[in-house]
Structures are given as structure tokens and as C-alpha cells.
Design a protein around this ligand. Structure first.
Ligand SMILES: [Fe+2]
Length: 223
């Protein structure tokens, strides 16, 4: 930890306070100082503080996304979470998928297309069905509360970052008739685990053809 930068006075306020204020102040206004002796392993009190810091911020280290994908490329499910114990949930997801739901979550969502294409279907503020085609290397910011349906073919890999949900928040999953646009079914779900939330939300409508049958035009949504 030698040479690491921290705001002073670190002795009087403690690491937690220092880190929380660090986020809310412009970088240029911070008063940095090197406390090389502060992080000596010979100081048991500060050593304890360092352990607290590690517990609070387990991801203050580099993460080689490309290497991680290559090492797991042939043993991969639909989705893998990188971390979810900070303000954000970050996960990699890949195609092919067969999602027909439109997901409405309360926070913004960032898509970074790693390989292949992502067809991001969404409902615009004018209530029109739009499709954003996101190509490898591109970023896409989806504002919160926009109904969206990420649809991927084989070889499509996406890094998704979104904020963790607050205790009272529920995500909404909605299905529409593809022929006339009538709403077929909707359900709410806690989005603590992305894989479980999507699977649980879709299982019911997949297994019940009545829920997929439009009561306006009679069209049946494919499972
Ligand atoms: Fe319909």
C-alpha cells in the first residue's frame, strides 16, 4: 500500500468518511498527501482500518474482462455477474436469446457491446417501437424507465452496468402482442440477481399459452 493517496486528515475521520466524501467533491479540490508510514504493517490500528477498507471496496483492483471471457468462453451460460456489491451491478451476457419481454427498470443502464451486435428494442417517449442496433465497440446509455428488450443472436456479447435497486424498488416486465401491440401480460420482480429475475419473470408466460394469446386480435406470442 506504499505510495497510496488519501485525503487528510485520515487519522481523525477514518477511512469510511474519507472515501464517502471523496466521491462528492471535485478531484481538483482534494488535498492529497502520501502517507507511506501510515500503512505500515507495524501499526495494528491502521492495519485493522485497511482490512475494513478491503471489505468495503473489494473491487479496487483491475479486472481483465477480455481474459475472463476467453477463459470461460466455452463454459458459459446466458449471463455472468462480475460484481454486485457496490452501487452497481455489472454483468456480461451473450446471445443467442429469445426474449420477448420489455423490461422497465428504475435506473439508467449502460451497454458496452463487446462482440457481435445487440438489437435493443425499446419503446420511445412517443410510444413507438424502436430498435437500436449496437455494434461491437459501441456504448449505449439507456435512461431509466424506458421499456426495452435486449435481443441477441449467436456471438453477441455485451457488458451491462446498472445500479443496484433500492429496497422498495421493483422491476416491471411487460409482454406485448407482436401483431396489434396490445399488452398481453406483466409482472413485477425484484432485480437482485439478473439471471433469476429474468428467468422467473419469463417462466410463467412461457408455460401458459393463454397469457401469450392476445384478447384483442387472437395472435399468439411464440414462447
Ligand atoms: Fe394482438
Amino acid at each position: 500500500m506504499r505510495g497510496r493517496y488519501h485525503r487528510k486528515p485520515i487519522r481523525s475521520t477514518g477511512l469510511k468518511y474519507n472515501f464517502s466524501t471523496l466521491k462528492s467533491r471535485p478531484f481538483s479540490q482534494l488535498d492529497f498527501v502520501i502517507h507511506e508510514d501510515l500503512y505500515s504493517n507495524h501499526n495494528p490500528l491502521l492495519h485493522h482500518s485497511m482490512q475494513r477498507e478491503v471489505a468495503m471496496f473489494p473491487h479496487l483492483k483491475n479486472f481483465n474482462l477480455r481474459q475472463w471471457i476467453e477463459e470461460n468462453r466455452h463454459d458459459w451460460g446466458q449471463r455472468r455477474v462480475i460484481w454486485e456489491d457496490s452501487d452497481f451491478i455489472a454483468f456480461v451476457t451473450r446471445g443467442p436469446n429469445s426474449r420477448k419481454d420489455f423490461h422497465i427498470n428504475p435506473g439508467d443502464e449502460i451497454f458496452h457491446q463487446l462482440e457481435g451486435e445487440l438489437n435493443l428494442h425499446y419503446v420511445s417517449s412517443e410510444h413507438k417501437h424502436e430498435v437500436a442496433v449496437i455494434k461491437a465497440g459501441e456504448l449505449f446509455l439507456l435512461p431509466g424507465n424506458v421499456p426495452h428488450s435486449p435481443r441477441r443472436g449467436e456471438g453477441s456479447w455485451t457488458l451491462v452496468v446498472e445500479r443496484k435497486r433500492r429496497p422498495e424498488e421493483q422491476d416491471l416486465f411487460v409482454w406485448f402482442c407482436e401483431k396489434c401491440g396490445n399488452k398481453l401480460y406483466e409482472t413485477t420482480m425484484r432485480f437482485d440477481d439478473p439471471t433469476d429475475a429474468v428467468r422467473t419473470a419469463t417462466d410463467k408466460i412461457h408455460s401458459d399459452v393463454k397469457l401469450r394469446t392476445c384478447n384483442q386480435c387472437g395472435d399468439v406470442l411464440a414462447a
